[in-house]
Design a protein around this ligand. Structure first.
Ligand code: ADP
Ligand code: 5GP
Length: 218
């Protein structure tokens, strides 16, 4: 597998950063799939969101999220700090605009792990990104995974399970639907979407002019 900054692309005028936007009902396995993809493609940049939710055990500020108070989040939101933001399961979440613009300027691929409302906001302003929805195989499996994860209280689990319905109703607006039943198969599909997306003409604006120039100067 070629690394993200493939030498051939650099030879032909560089490539544009690709954005991969992932949404899923809580517990469908999105974090698990994201971790696998990032391990396989270390050059992948990750958009670190801001949230007003309390950190879970093992979560680090500035690594998993930027953990903010509600007041700070609201003042940043009102100052136009976020590319998108949404209230999800009773907490605010948002994607800081600055780092995304900086990473794209460097031609880096970026992964977004955001909810359906945020993904649809991004799609309006950024239609060229890849929009992927991760589905649980069944409602029962989703409930088992939420419980099995052992990170959330019963009332939080119940809220997330209930909210899954509204999220699933938005799935038809995404470009790709991946069912996370067998983890290997789901990870393969996600990798395929990403790798094929990187080869799109829109991500390789310098490729054809670079090659044509060789003929013109021959
Ligand atoms: P999300 O980020 O979508 O909320 P997680 O990645 O935290 O979900 O996954 C929820 C739970 O389900 C975790 O305990 C995870 O280990 C487990 N899990 C994820 N994918 C699978 C799978 N394909 N088969 C079985 N368990 C899975
Ligand atoms: P969790 O609390 O489980 O980490 O995340 C809850 C939900 O918030 C998930 O669906 C996650 O994708 C979403 N989320 C995380 N960051 C953002 C963000 O920056 N914007 C939006 N809109 N949703 C986010």
């Amino acid at each position: 597998m070629r690394p993200t900054d493939a030498p051939l692309d650099n030879l032909h005028g560089g490539r544009k950063g690709q954005c991969l936007v992932l949404s899923a009902p809580s517990g469908a396995g999105k974090s698990t799939l994201v971790a696998r993809l990032r391990a396989e493609f270390p050059g992948f940049a990750y958009s670190i969101s801001c949230t007003t939710r309390a950190p879970r055990q093992g979560e680090e500020d500035g690594v998993h999220y930027h953990f903010l108070t509600r007041e700070t989040f609201i003042s940043r939101r009102d100052a136009g700090y976020f590319a998108e933001w949404a209230e999800v399961h009773g907490n605010f979440y948002g994607t800081p605009k600055g780092p995304v613009e900086e990473m794209l300027g460097k031609g880096q691929d970026i992964l977004f792990d955001i909810d359906v409302q945020g993904a649809m906001q991004l799609k309006r302003v950024f239609p060229q990104a890849l929009y992927v929805f991760i589905l649980p195989p069944t409602r029962e499996v989703l409930e088992k995974r939420l419980r099995g994860r052992g990170t959330d209280a019963e009332d939080v689990i119940a809220k997330r399970l209930k909210n899954a319905l509204g999220e699933l109703k938005e799935a038809a607006n995404f470009d790709y639907l991946i069912i996370n039943d067998d983890l290997e198969e789901a990870a393969d599909e996600l990798r395929a979407v990403y790798v094929a997306g990187r080869a799109r003409a829109v991500c390789r604006p310098g490729l054809l002019p670079g090659l044509l120039a060789q003929w013109e100067s021959a």
